[in-house]
Structures are given as C-alpha cells and as structure tokens.
Design a protein around this ligand. Structure first.
Ligand code: GLN
Ligand code: ZN
Length: 754
C-alpha cells in the first residue's frame, strides 16, 4: 500500500462560503450557531472530497475561522496578555477581536507566511508566556471527522516554526520558552493519541531556511520528547529544500518526513540515500502552490523509482497545503476547453493524488483512462500555439544589455528633467489612485453586466478623472495623476489586456481572514496587443497644464501576484512582461506623457527563502524593471513605488532599478525606513510617504512637517519628493482632501525653511 494524503485543504469553500458567513456574522446578520454550521459544513465537504479521491487520511487541523496560527496560539493558550482573555474560555467573538482588533486593542500583526500570499496573525510572546492549554477546537474537529467515519491525520504547526514566526518582546530568548512549550505539545499529542489519532503531521517549514545553529540544535531534544507521546509524527517540510539539514533530519526520532518535491526535486536523491528503515518518506509531488495539472507520467516515473527503494514506506501527497490554490476548477464554466484541462485546483489535485496511488498499487492499467486524458492535456499544453509566440521569443532574443539601461546617468537625466518640468523644490505628488467612489464602482459593475455601454462607461470614467484633476489642481499638487478610476485591481487591469493571461470566476485563494484574492493565470508568452492606458492618461493630461503622471504596474509585481506558467523560468516570463510594459511606457511617452510611474509593490515579496539565492533573484528582477523603464529619453522621468517594505537589506538592488524617483511607505516607521537610504547613499530621488493612507485619520500639518524635517536630514532637498505612503483608493474624498491639504501646507512651510 502507498499512503496518500494532502498537507492541508482550503477552508474558504468553493464559493467562498466562509468569507460570506464571516462577514455576515461580523455585521450581526447571522448568529454564532449559523456561522458554526457553515464552518462544519465546509470541513465535512473537504473531508468527503479527500475520502472520495481515495486518500488514506483526511487532514484535520487545517481549518480556522480566521487563521490557523491564531488557532494554534488559542489551542496552546498563549494569547497576548494585552487583551486580557482567558484562552480556555475563549469564544468566537473574542477570537475575532484578536484577529481584527477591538476598541481598546489593535489586532495581532499580520505577516506573510513564508513566500506565499497568505498572511498569518503573528502570535505575541513575552518571557512570561504560558502554554497551559486553551480552546479544544482541534480535538472537537477530530471527533467530528471520526464520527463521520474518517481515518484522521492531524496537522499542527511545529514548536520551532511556531516560535520562529512569533513576535517576541525585545530581547526575548524565544528558544528559552521551549521548556514550557514542549510539555504543552506533549499534552496535546497525548490527547490526540487518546482520541485514537495515529498520525500527526507536525509542520516545520523553517527547516527550509538557513537556520542559525542554536535553532537547529533545538530540533533533536524537542523531537526526542515528542517521540514518546503515542502518536506517529510525520515531520512536514515545504516551500524549500531541507537538504542543508539532511543529516539532522534523518536522525530525528520521528516516524516520517514530508518533502516538497515541486520546489526542490533535487532533494529526493539526498534523502533516498540511506533513508532510515523505520521511517516513511512522504513525497510532495502535486503542486500546492500552483494551478497546473501534474504530468502524471513523469510523476509516476519518479514515484516508482522511489518505491523501489522505499517499498511500503513511500507516501505521496501535495507539495504543501492546498491552502494556496483555488478550490474547484469544475465551476469555471467560462474557461475555454483547450485551457481548462491544463489546470488543476485543490479538488482536482486530490484526484491526481488518488490516481497516482491507484497506479502505484494496482498498476497503470487500473487508471488508464485518467492517465490517457492527462497525457492529452500535457501534450496539448506543450504544443499549443497559445503558449508559444515566436515573435515574443525572437524579440527577447534580440534584447541586449543596452535595452535595460537608460541613455545617461541619473545626474544628467535629472538636469534635463528639471529643465523640462520646472518643478519647485520638494515637488508634491500622489501614488496614483484616488477614492473609488460608489459612483465609479457602480459604473464599472454596470459596464461588466452589459447594462452600460462603452461610451457611457467612458463618460463615467472621464467624469471621475475630471473630478480628480480638478481637486489636485485646487490643492496645488505639482505632479498630477488621473486617479485609476477605471482599474479594479492593479494586476488584473493589465492582465486583461495582455496576451498570455487567463482569468477565472471563482479562482479565489485566501489572503487573510475573509479576504481572498483571485490571481490571473499566465499560461502563454506575454505581449501587449495594443495600448492599455494611453487614452485615459492622454485625456487626463488634456485637462491640465501640469505634468500628468502615467501609471503602470511593473513586471515583477504582475508576475508575483499571478499564477505563473511552470514550463519556463520565472525570470523569462518576467522579461516578457517587462517588454510589454516597455511598449506601454514608450507609447505614453509618444503621447506626450513625460512622467511615468511603474509600481513595484511586490518587488521584495519575490525574495527567495534562502538568502544565498537572493542575489540571483534581485539581479533578474531589477533588470526586468529596467527593461520596462529604459526605452525612454533622458528627459522622461520614471517613478516607481513600493510599499510595506523593509528595504535596508536590498538597497543595492533598489538602486540598480535606477528609477528617477522612488516613492516608499515610511510614515508608520516615522521615517526610520529612510535611514538606510541615507547610509547607503542612495543616489536618485526619493518620496518617503509623509502620511499613512491605511487609516481614516487626517494627520495634522505639524506631524507631517516633523516627518519632512526628518526626511531632510537624510535626503538632500533637491532629491526629496513629498507624497502620501500609498494610493488613496480605499479612502473617501473628504479624508483625502483634508489630508492632502495638510500635506501641501506642511510642504509650503518646509519650503520656507529651506
Ligand atoms: N498606483 C497604485 C495605487 O495608487 C499603487 C498601489 C500599491 O502600491 N499597492 O493604488
Ligand atoms: Zn503602495
């Protein structure tokens, strides 16, 4: 027998049922019992899909009302003391206060889970943290699954990964907490054993990182204690190779190890070689991070040779939790018949795993039809002219280093740009979007539904643009924007107009809590059939004599926020997108737009998990940006924008992007983030945000003046711009006008003091 399982399943539901139930509950429209019923139904459905697919276990412990790390903190009983909650008596309303904040306390912080777009709530620990037990939800869910007749594998975050990802008070010795944390794990595992759970998957994805020696040293003693609790432990690794720590991992007293063979197929050989006789090896061969159908033939070949070594000790599964892919492809009726078979969402991935298991156990003939249709899909994708555009390949082949470089150095460009635009010192601008009013959203929805025609839609958008331009002129801003009224989303808007992209209707993936994102799919060579933003921008420019800034999303961000084809390197796809954006940049320039912003908020997100891989990524990413930006004359000014970023450790790459102006988020750190730019002697112009757009609060003039003063200590006035932290689309006009008015006044005062 070959055991088949998944590391976790999406909890949001095929129609985002959890999202809608949560939001109704928060609005007070349904009660807790109704919410619990929806959650219970979703778990039941996910388990029955796993069983139907032929998996040997259903995975329990992957469900969470908001976030599974918060659930785990609640299970351990270590809630931040600032809330004053009793973990053992924690109710759902209090749980949501931890996740979303209440009148007295801000929510737990949110951070990206490794290199995914999933955000977890960061548990808070101090030296007094206790782990005396809390909610029993995990045990209840296990009983629920058992009552339905399922064989259960429990999943939980590992103690070292949990501590690593927690936020400790300053100076906290996190590893010092193991003394109290490990007994809590022991109690939980013993309780699971008493419930009849035989296998527990304990996730330690930090094994994929370059860990400090003292953390590595924590594994053996911790797992020695957990080994005696009466359950079999499957140590879960994913998102990266753990082969750096192969000797350690092989020596741990666990019953098995899971490897992510999609991210790091090369680690298989290292672990197969003297894999201990008493341990199972679970091979994650079905991609939990992407939406492409597996190549079952080649996967089977890998599995068969592994089985020759492992025999019954071979397990098969998803590379990581399926949390990171949409739920069900079946409901994508609008996707065309050629494309659809190339894809697999979570349910289809269960079927793939089931097919692989059957093929291994009963021979390929037992699943001949499934294998044959998979073969057809793989061949069709490989050969499809929709994926391979010879013009794109040819164009890329002709790209040389000079194409990714501006004609002159920044100092020369800056002088020419100043001669052209005659901007005052400390020029003011915004990041691009203005409030997405009810009127704008209604017009877009009507246009999509077909109840508003193209002319009517254009008029509605032009009205919004006129409004935004008039407001900016009245405020006295120096460089204007059109306001992005016509954009639903900064990636989708471009993807919809580029060749090589497809869109789903229900391809939602949980980002955090009830928030989901629906990334586009990049399946083919990318090109830009026609201009995407030129008409709107030209119209906006026609309304004012001040410079109108063109507004584009950059190649790295488009790549990062999409499901990307897996049949060529990401860098290659990124370069294709860069060329498409370059075309748009040049067309904007030809239309008389002299200032163009290429947003790259996801630039940092693309960083590999292992630091030793950073340089290579940063090199191709900054090159792709430059390729998009360098097709213009010296006196065209290129801006870029990045938010929520630590920059200090990647400043050389940011400088290598060579944008004339970079606007960044800095107000929340009170300009601390800017200091690195000063120390590094960042050479080009910078617009550090002087106010936080995430809050409705209108900061007073004096506060912004202080921030401008601090910025001037780091950046010389000739290279300093004044702007908010990010786009204003989530704010209303009253807040926007008041805040920008204060920003203009603060700038006026700062200019007087120069
Ligand atoms: N130009 C975009 C906006 O203003 C930038 C958004 C972002 O940085 N995430 O909305
Ligand atoms: Zn931003």
């Amino acid at each position: 027998m070959t055991v088949a399982h998944v590391l976790g399943f999406p909890r949001i539901g095929r129609r985002r049922e959890l999202k809608f139930a949560l939001e109704s509950f928060w609005r007070g429209e349904i009660d807790e019992a109704e919410l619990r019923a929806v959650g219970g139904q979703l778990r039941k459905e996910a388990w029955s899909w796993q069983k139907q697919a032929g998996l040997d276990f259903v995975t329990v412990g992957d469900f969470a009302w908001y976030d599974h790390l918060l659930n785990w903190a609640a299970t351990l009983g270590c809630l931040p003391s600032r809330f004053g909650f009793d973990a053992q008596a924690l109710g759902l309303p209090q749980y949501f206060e931890l996740a979303r904040g209440n009148a007295a306390q801000p929510a737990l912080e949110m951070t990206k889970w490794f290199d995914t777009n999933y955000h977890y709530l960061v548990p808070e620990l101090d030296a007094h943290a206790r782990f005396d037990g809390g909610v029993d939800w995990l045990f209840e869910e296990i009983a629920e699954a058992q009552a339905l007749g399922h064989a259960v594998k429990a999943v939980l975050p590992g103690p070292l990964t949990f501590l690593w990802r927690c936020k400790g008070e300053a100076g906290l010795d996190k590893l010092g907490l193991l003394g109290r944390l490990v007994p809590a794990y022991v109690r939980i595992l013993q309780r699971l054993a008493a419930q009849g759970v035989e296998w527990v998957q304990i996730d330690e994805p930090i094994l994929g990182l370059e860990l400090p020696a003292e953390w590595l040293g924590g594994f053996a003693p911790v797992y020695r204690e957990l080994a005696g609790c009466g359950v079999n432990i499957l140590l879960g690794s994913y998102f990266e190779s753990v082969s750096d720590h192969a000797a350690l991992v092989k020596s741990l007293p666990v019953a098995g190890l899971h490897l992510d063979l999609k991210r790091a197929p090369e680690q298989l050989a290292i672990f197969l070689n003297d894999w201990p006789q008493d341990k199972v090896l679970s091979l994650g061969v079905v991609d939990g991070r992407n939406i492409w159908a597996s190549d079952l033939d080649s996967t089977l070949a890998t599995l068969e040779s592994a089985r020759a070594v492992l025999g019954e000790r071979l397990w098969i599964g998803s590379s990581c939790s399926l949390l990171h892919v949409p739920v069900d492809l079946q409901q994508e009726e609008a996707l065309d018949d050629e494309l659809k078979p190339w894809l697999a969402f979570a349910r289809q991935k269960l079927a793939e795993i089931g097919t692989l298991k059957t093929a291994l156990e009963k021979g390929q003939a037992a699943v001949a039809a499934e294998l044959e249709s998979n073969r057809r899909a793989i061949a069709s994708r490989r050969a499809s002219p929709r994926c391979h555009d010879p013009r794109v390949a040819e164009r890329l082949a002709g790209v040389g280093p000079e194409d990714a470089q501006r004609d002159s150095a920044f100092a020369v460009r800056a002088e020419k740009q100043q001669a052209r635009f005659q901007l005052p010192v400390l020029p003011t601008t915004t990041i691009g979007s203005f409030p997405q009013t009810q009127e704008i959203r209604a017009a877009r929805a009507a246009f999509k539904r077909g109840t508003l025609d193209a002319a009517g839609y254009r008029q509605a958008m032009q009205k919004a643009i006129r409004f935004a331009v008039a407001k900016q002129e009245a405020l006295g801003l120096d460089v204007l924007v059109h306001g992005e009224a016509e954009r639903n989303d900064m990636v989708e808007y471009f993807g919809e107009q580029l060749a090589g992209f497809a869109f789903t209707r229900q391809g939602w993936v949980q980002s955090y809590g009830s928030r989901c994102v629906k990334p586009p799919l990049i399946y083919g060579d990318v090109s830009r059939p026609q201009p995407m933003t030129v008409e709107w921008t030209r119209h906006a420019q026609s309304l004012t004599s001040r410079p109108m800034k063109g507004m584009l999303t950059g190649p790295v961000t488009i790549l990062q926020w999409s499901f990307v084809r897996d049949d060529q390197p990401r860098a290659e796809t990124c370069r294709q997108i860069a060329l498409a954006i370059r075309d748009e940049v040049r067309d904007l320039e030809a239309a008389g737009i002299g200032i163009i912003q290429i947003d790259e908020p996801a630039f940092r997100e693309g960083l590999p998990l292992k630091r030793r891989d950073w340089a290579q990524y940063l090199d191709w990413a900054s090159q792709a940006f430059r390729l998009s930006a360098s097709g213009v004359a010296d006196d065209t000014q290129i801006h870029t924008h990045m938010c929520y970023s630590e920059f200090n450790d990647i400043l050389p790459a940011i400088a290598a992007m060579d944008a004339d102006v970079i606007t960044i988020e800095t107000s929340r750190s009170k300009m601390k983030l800017l200091q690195g730019f000063g120390e590094y002697a960042y050479p080009n112009a910078i617009g550090p945000g002087v106010y936080d757009i995430h809050s409705p609060r209108v900061p007073p003039v004096a506060e912004m003046q202080t921030l401008i003063g601090k910025a001037l200590e780091v950046v010389p006035a000739e290279r300093l711009w004044i702007n908010p932290d990010c786009g204003l689309k989530t704010r209303n006009w009253a807040e926007t006008e008041a805040a920008l008015g204060n920003m203009m006044e603060a700038t006026r005062l700062a200019r007087l003091n120069l």
